[in-house]
Ligand binder design. Structure first.
Ligand code: CA
Length: 239
């Protein structure tokens, strides 16, 4: 055996009852240099989360023993580890419940490894930024540049005139670029806690924003709709 110390690797805990999906994830994650720990039930997963110190958790919402959002709640009882939820198509209510319970994001099955790795990078980067208290004041996503400190936004170098509400909505999405934000969260952050049922406010303002920042507002590339859940700004582009 080699005496060489192993390089510290990012540990991904996968809680998923389907063996083929665990195999698929292991091949993809280990191929990218991640270390993977797996659990086939919620009970086992919660125990692993406490004992193997994962850097990120991938949690299937359809586990045989415990509801996914309950698993999120249990892990959140003691840990701030990023949790990405794996959900089946049509489980919108479950996704929202998991996000409300403290999950960071989700990927809908069937997903590509590329899509999953992108979400994973966003979650890990956010964790690193929180750890170092280094908040970016400029966010760049494709042609869009948002200066949070100076409250300005530009598209391909041309400043865009935004109303205060439009800027507020855009800046919240930008601060969480790459990550899904629920309708409730956005309404609460932009308009206040009494407005969480006013989903049409969001639709109207998102349409306005898309007209100002998207090349083709009908086929948005920057401000993405997550059907039944909320909105997501595309992942930040970094040089
Ligand atoms: Ca399952």
């Amino acid at each position: 055996m080699s005496a060489e110390p192993a390089a510290p690797r990012t540990v991904v805990l996968v809680i998923e009852d389907e063996t083929p999906i665990r195999k698929f994830l292991r091949a993809g994650l280990e191929g990218q240099g991640y270390a993977m720990v797996e659990a086939a039930t919620a009970e086992e997963g919660v125990t692993q989360a406490a004992t193997c110190a994962p850097d990120v958790v991938l949690l299937d919402l359809g586990l045989p023993d415990v509801d996914g959002f309950e698993v999120v709640r249990r892990i959140r009882g003691w840990s701030t580890v990023p949790i990405l939820v794996l959900s089946a198509r049509g489980q919108d209510g479950d996704k929202v419940a998991a996000l409300d319970a403290g999950a960071d994001d989700y990927v809908t099955k069937p997903f590509s490894m590329q899509e999953l790795l992108a979400r994973l990078r966003v979650a890990l980067r956010r964790r690193a930024e929180i750890g170092s208290e280094r908040a970016e004041s400029v966010v760049e996503v494709g042609r869009l540049r948002i200066d949070l400190a100076r409250r300005r936004a530009s598209v391909s170098g041309v400043e865009t005139q935004l109303t205060p509400i439009e800027f507020r909505l855009l800046s919240i999405l930008a601060r969480h670029a790459g990550r899904v934000l629920t309708h409730d969260f956005l309404l609460r952050e932009v308009w206040g806690p009494r407005y969480t049922t006013q989903h049409h406010y969001l639709r109207v303002y998102m349409a306005q924003l898309r007209h100002k920042v998207e090349e083709n507002p009908g086929r948005p590339q920057l401000l993405l709709t997550e059907t039944g859940v909320g909105y997501r700004m595309a992942e930040e582009t970094r040089s």
